[in-house]
Every structure is written in structure tokens, then in C-alpha cells.
Write a protein that binds this ligand. Structure first.
Ligand code: MOS
Length: 733
């Protein structure tokens, strides 16, 4: 195996196609006779439709059909076995009846000859409602009833209550995080085309295999009759993991009309009908002994979910194992509000959970008068207390040391507001980050072709993270081929079954399968060489070596193209299957630490993040460039979580207010830190898989909001426990 290509900072192999505009996204496919769909979206958040008048809209130019609950075809909800296997809840289908559960729900669908005609007619569909008073926030829902516990999520060990009451030092605090909305550049979209009872659909999807099986269940047809395709995705952050109503509506309309239909979800409705990060309220209790050792941890979280479907945020997923502690309790519960169903958003549960936990750890350290980094070191554990297993590979202490060193943490004056830079008060804060390392079953196929190129395929997808590139690097590492001679195809459900691009598991899942398939392709090539008519007929295949794209044996060498041509064979291929099992001897997690400097200028009430240094322990790094990009992007998203992001609702109507790119705040160029340093520790975790890779998409956002909040506290003495941190929080005395 050539080691220099694994870990190399290679640019994305799909970069040129994306930058030149030739990469087709879901709505860039135009089958012949394509019709366009546009939704009519509920303007109330709760209640029912009393009438739908389509008479004016039907007469408008180019209108083909208008669907709503009175004339929409009957489809099937996904059965519970399917649901459990895929860890999603059974969901209501679009247009099942006249009930309205959230603002922005599809209430009708106009199909027309052009996008503009469909949209125009949609604006002329007249819907009358009987509105109920909506539940529009977590606190309002709590005032109306008890939260519903997610029993399967509960974890308890030891006796956290007794340990807490008898402890020398303790804190209790409640933290809240708001609803945030994924805003990938590419809007959700579907282009659906039926032919002879077979559905092909292009979907902005983080999981073509999952999308195919979901549609098969909903339409009640054999999955073999469905192709889901997502060759390029303009990111997703989790919002494109599952099938949302628009995809079902689009495919159903295409079948009814017997012509291809395309539906793009407007940006405003990406705030209602395609998921969001749930709001949370989290109560944390911590207690230590006199030496600063944690003796009790409890973390009780409540998150918002919808009336359509239940979604539980795993806020305690890191709390149960990040620190050594014998007495720990985690509970997770939900309340229902009149919003669309929430879903996974980058590091779901952990992003919110570590804001709470890592803020509380900072509060605890302060109470016992200990440096927060020293406090974390003192409570470090190499064992996962929730499973009573050692971590497979943990370098959290090294992450602390390297990042602290680079940041200059030893120069921190712990006194609040004591560090100045010109008119600004500087605040230095830090937090740990953490994410589970997961993997799934995977198939892959790799071939060496007679034209001198290699071809790798797998039905996973690249959501912008660099999957195409690291698959090519893996093939290159065994074949020695330059990346230009390796073709990679992903994002097609008819390829060998691959994983969702989610959970940070695509790398750890797909690369071992690609690796094994490549090794098998090389073995197949050697076999072709030694067979009758082969270039080394009669030799022992085991004695041959394959280096830099050439087969060597008996003092001679041949390109693999020549080996294949000699036998008039098109390709030497390998197919591999790897499975999700990693044994039960270890707990597999990734670790890291963020160090943040903020500047607070009290004269003009300006708050900025100046510097971030993060050290991340995610196993073997496959591509130093794309890996660092993932962490840099996640740090930026963490700054957004800390200071900007919040989907706001009108509490009279339940409708989102800032449902657009202008008013939904994210960090802009001016909000960027002066420097962001990402240190990738690069220790292969070979207990997890033979390549030692764990995955890096999500961990960078975890802990980031707490590191900012802790820095803000250090500068201002204001402990902000409710995100986002606003200027108003800091100027109030
Ligand atoms: Mo991730 S939130 O599993 O796309």
C-alpha cells in the first residue's frame, strides 16, 4: 500500500465539475416532456382545511392538474419494521386528509408546463381554513403538559441523586438551545420519471439506497423497480437524510400524469417542511469531591417534536461517557409543537448536549477554583463508563495539550475581564468535543479496465465532504494509479449498496469496502495474467507484484491494460462486502478540543470571535485538505450556533418569521475569526476497521458553542445559558 496518497492534501476530484457548473444537481435533470410542480403551503400552523377552490387556478396558462387531499392518490405509510430498521419514525403522508399540523405543510400541488406557470397558479389556489391556536414553543408546550420520556434513551449508573446531595461542591443549571434550520445551498428538489412501472428519481439526498427503499414502501412496489440518484448534492447537514413530503408528492404526481415532474422546494418552505434542529431545554447537575473529581452527573433534556412524527434529540449521548464518573443519569423527553418534524442536523443531540455539558463543566471548574482545562484533565477517562468498555483509541489528552500549546492557554489570566487588547476585553474559553464513531454494512465494486483506467462504484454519495476524492485515494493507494485515471461513481442506488452520508460514518463504512474490492481486482488481474493466453501464462499468481499500475513478474512488467488486452478482457474486477460489526470489546468514539478567543468591546457593544484552535482525534486522516475543511466548516457553524442561528416564529400564527437567507443569521465574512487552526492528530484506529478511519463531518461543531460561551463569560462575567448569545445579554447589568 502506498502510504503517501493516504493523508495527502488532494483537491476534490469533483471540484472542476462543480465550479464550472457542469455538475448536475437534482433539479438539473430535464427528461423529455417534463412538467413542473409548485406547492400550495398552509398559512396556518394548526387546524383544518375547510375548502379548496381551484377554479381560478385551473384556468391559468399551462396548468395541467392540481392535487390536494380530495384527489390525491392513496399511498402507503412506511411499515414499522422498515421504520425500526432505519431508525426513523412512521410518518404521515402528504395530502392524507384535511388536517394541518404545521405552517408550510403542503395543502395542494399545482402541475404546469413551466415552473413560472405552476408557481403563478399556486398563488391563485384559494384555501380556506378553520384555525386552532398553535403550540409554537417548547416553553408553551411544557406549560400545557408533561414531556413524554424516550424510555429507550435513558441511561443510569450508580446513584447520582445520593452522590449529588452528599457532595462537597455542586452546580445545577438549565440551558436552552433554539430551533435552527439547515440551509444547504442546494434547495431540496425531486425530478421523478416513471417508465413501464419503474421509477427513476433524482433527489437532493444524503442516502440514495434509503430513498429508494422508502419510496418502494410508500408506493408499494418492488425496490428493484426504483432508481434513486444523487450524483451531486449541494450539501445537506442532515436535512437530506430522509424522504420529505415534496419527494412523495412529486413522484405521485408524475405517476398520475404519466409524465416526468420536477419539484423544487422554495427556500421559505425549507424552514417548514424539510426538517430543522429541534429546540432543547436541558437541566444539568454536576458534583465533585474536594479534589475536583466528578462524583455525580445528571443531564435531563427535553426537545420539541411535531404532531406528525416523533424525533428525539440524543442530548445526553456524549454526557454518559466523556468524563470518568460512577454516578450518571441521562434522560431525554419530547414535547409536541406545531412545526414540521425536526431532524438530524450536524451532530444531532451532541451539538446541543455539549453546549449544556461543556458550559456546566466550565461553571463547575469555576466554582471549585480550578482552571477549566485542568478540571477536564482531572476527569479524563480512557473507559466508556456507560458501556464499561475501553475506548478503542483515545487521544483526548494529546488534543488538549496540542491545542492549548498552540493557543497559548498557559498565559490565561483566570480573573474575569482581566485580559485586554486595545479597547476590547478578551475572553479565553475552551471545551471538549465528542462524537460516536459508527459504521454500516457496505458493498463496493472496483475494476481495472482495458483502457488503462480504474472504476470504483458504491451507492453512497458525496454531499460535498470529499467522498469522491477519498474513494479515489483509496483505489490509488493500492494500485498506484494517479487520481486522474480513477473514475468514481456514487449517488446511484443501482450501484452496490452503500451507506447514508450521515452520522460521520460514510468514510469508515465505504473505504474498507472500496479497499477490499480494489485488492480483489488486483488479485483478479494477476489471475488473468497467469491463465492460458495470459502475459505470464503458467506462472504462479502469488509470485506477481502489482506496483504503480504495473504487474511485475519473471523479470518483466506489464501495464494492466496489456494484461487484459492479451486475453481480450474488458476489466479485472473485485466486489467486496464489509459489515458494520466492530466487536464488543471497545467503545468507539472520536474526541477533540476547541480553544476560543473572543473580543468584547463594551464601548460599542461589539462581540467577535478572534481565534480558534482545535485539535481533533478522528483516527487516520485520509485527505488532510478535505478533513481540515470539514472541521473548519463545523467551527464556523459552531460560531453560528453560539452567536447567530435561531429560527424565530410568530407566536400568534406559528409561522416562521426569518425564513430566508437575509434574515436567518449565519456568520458572514466579517464574522470570521482572524485565525482558525485545525490540528488533526492522525492516529489510526485499527480496532475500528483495518484502515483506521473514523469520520470527521460532525465532531467539529460539538463543544464549539460552549467554548464561545465560556470565552464570553471569561471576558464579561455574563454566563449566557440560552443560545444564541446576543449583544442584549451582555449589555444588561
Ligand atoms: Mo448528519 S446530521 O447525520 O447528516
Amino acid at each position: 500500500m502506498s502510504t503517501d496518497i493516504i493523508g495527502a492534501a488532494k483537491p476534490r476530484i469533483d471540484g472542476t465539475a462543480k465550479l464550472s457548473g457542469s455538475a448536475p444537481y437534482a433539479a438539473d435533470h430535464y427528461p423529455a416532456n417534463l412538467a413542473y410542480a409548485y406547492g400550495v403551503f398552509s398559512t396556518i400552523a394548526a387546524g383544518e382545511i375547510t375548502s379548496i377552490d381551484v377554479s381560478q387556478a385551473k384556468k391559468m396558462p399551462g396548468v395541467i392538474e392540481i392535487f390536494h387531499h380530495d384527489n390525491f392518490p392513496n399511498l402507503h405509510r412506511t411499515p414499522s419494521s422498515f421504520v425500526q430498521q432505519n431508525k426513523v419514525d412512521e410518518t404521515r403522508l402528504p395530502f392524507e386528509d384535511n388536517h394541518v399540523y404545521y405552517g408550510g405543510q403542503f395543502v395542494a400541488l399545482v402541475i404546469a408546463d413551466t415552473f413560472e406557470n405552476a408557481r403563478d397558479a399556486a398563488y391563485h389556489v384559494d384555501v380556506a381554513y378553520r384555525a386552532k391556536k398553535p403550540v409554537t414553543s417548547l416553553s408553551q408546550a411544557l406549560a400545557q403538559g408533561e414531556p413524554k420520556p424516550a424510555d429507550n434513551k435513558k441511561h443510569e449508573r450508580g446513584d447520582p441523586d445520593t452522590a449529588y446531595s452528599g457532595a462537597a461542591h455542586k452546580i445545577e443549571a438549565t440551558y436552552t438551545t433554539p430551533i435552527e434550520t439547515h440551509n444547504p445551498m442546494e434547495m431540496h428538489a425531486t425530478t421523478a420519471h416513471w417508465h413501464d412501472g419503474h421509477l427513476t428519481f433524482y433527489e437532493a439526498s444524503q442516502g440514495v439506497v434509503f430513498a429508494k427503499h422508502t419510496m418502494a414502501a410508500i408506493f408499494g412496489i418492488n425496490p428493484a423497480r426504483i432508481d434513486a440518484r444523487a450524483p451531486y448534492i449541494g450539501s445537506g447537514f442532515g436535512s437530506k437524510l430522509w424522504i420529505w413530503p415534496h419527494a412523495v408528492a412529486c413522484a405521485a404526481a408524475a405517476r398520475e400524469l404519466d409524465r416526468p415532474v420536477q419539484l423544487v422546494v422554495p427556500r421559505q418552505q425549507m424552514f417548514t417542511t424539510t426538517g430543522h434542529r429541534a429546540a432543547t431545554q436541558q437541566k444539568i447537575r454536576l458534583a465533585t469531591d474536594d479534589d475536583g473529581k466528578l462524583v455525580s452527573i445528571s443531564h435531563d433534556s427535553i426537545n420539541t417534536t411535531s404532531f406528525v412524527n416523533r424525533y428525539v434529540e440524543s442530548c445526553g449521548s456524549c454526557t454518559k461517557s466523556l468524563y470518568g464518573c460512577d454516578n450518571v443519569r441521562i434522560t431525554e423527553s419530547t414535547v409536541q409543537v406545531n412545526h414540521g418534524t425536526p431532524t438530524s442536523m450536524r451532530a444531532p443531540g451532541a451539538a446541543q448536549g455539549l453546549f449544556a455539558l461543556e458550559s456546566a463543566i466550565d461553571e463547575m471548574a469555576e466554582q471549585i477554583g480550578m482552571d477549566p482545562l485542568e478540571f477536564r484533565r482531572r476527569n479524563y477517562t480512557a473507559r466508556d463508563g456507560s458501556k464499561d468498555l475501553p475506548f478503542s483509541s483515545v487521544h483526548l489528552l494529546e488534543a488538549y495539550d496540542k491545542a492549548a500549546d498552540k493557543f497559548g492557554w498557559s498565559k490565561r489570566n483566570p480573573k474575569i475581564g482581566s485580559m485586554m487588547r486595545g479597547p476590547e476585553i478578551l475572553g479565553w474559553g475552551m471545551a471538549a468535543c465528542n462524537w460516536e464513531a459508527m459504521k454500516r454494512d457496505c458493498d463496493a465494486r472496483v475494476s481495472l479496465r482495458a483502457d488503462g483506467t480504474a472504476f470504483a462504484s458504491c451507492a453512497t454519495q458525496d454531499i460535498g465532504t470529499g467522498t469522491y476524492t477519498i474513494v479515489a485515494q483509496t483505489v490509488a493507494s493500492l494500485t498506484g494509479l494517479p487520481l486522474e485515471r480513477i473514475e468514481v461513481e456514487l449517488g446511484n442506488s443501482s450501484y452496490p449498496k452503500g451507506p447514508l452520508s450521515g452520522g460521520s460514518w460514510a468514510t469508515a463504512t465505504a473505504l474498507p469496502a472500496i479497499h477490499n474490492a480494489t485488492a480483489k481486482a488486483i488479485d483478479a488481474l494477476k489471475q488473468h495474467a497467469v491463465e492460458e493466453d495470459g502475459v505470464l501464462a503458467g506462472r504462479d499468481a502469488g509470485q506477481l507484484e502489482f506496483v504503480n499500475g504495473k504487474l511485475h513478474g519473471n523479470g518483466r512488467s506489464f501495464s494492466f491494460a496489456d494484461v487484459l488486452k492479451a486475453r481480450k478482457i474488458g476489466e479485472a474486477f473485485g466486489e467486496a462486502h464489509t459489515n458494520a460489526a466492530s466487536g464488543d470489546e471497545y467503545s468507539f468514539r472520536s474526541f477533540g478540543a476547541h480553544f476560543v478567543e473572543i473580543g468584547w468591546d463594551p464601548g460599542i457593544s461589539r462581540l467577535r470571535v478572534h481565534r480558534v484552535v482545535s485539535a481533533i482525534d478522528v483516527g487516520q486522516i485520509v485527505n488532510a485538505k478535505t478533513a481540515a475543511n470539514q472541521v473548519e466548516g463545523a467551527i464556523d457553524m459552531g460560531i453560528g450556533m453560539a452567536l447567530f442561528e435561531q429560527t424565530e416564529y410568530d407566536h400568534r400564527t406559528g409561522m416562521p418569521i426569518n425564513n430566508n437567507y437575509a434574515e436567518y443569521l449565519v456568520p458572514t465574512h466579517l464574522d470570521q475569526p482572524e485565525s482558525v487552526d485545525v490540528i488533526l492528530l492522525d492516529h489510526p484506529d485499527t480496532k475500528f476497521n483495518e484502515l483506521g478511519v473514523r469520520g470527521i463531518g460532525e465532531i467539529g461543531i460539538t463543544g464549539m458553542a460552549a467554548a464561545v460561551a465560556n470565552a464570553v463569560y471569561h471576558a464579561t462575567g455574563k454566563r449566557v445559558r440560552d443560545l444564541p448569545i446576543r449583544i442584549e445579554d451582555l449589555i444588561q447589568t
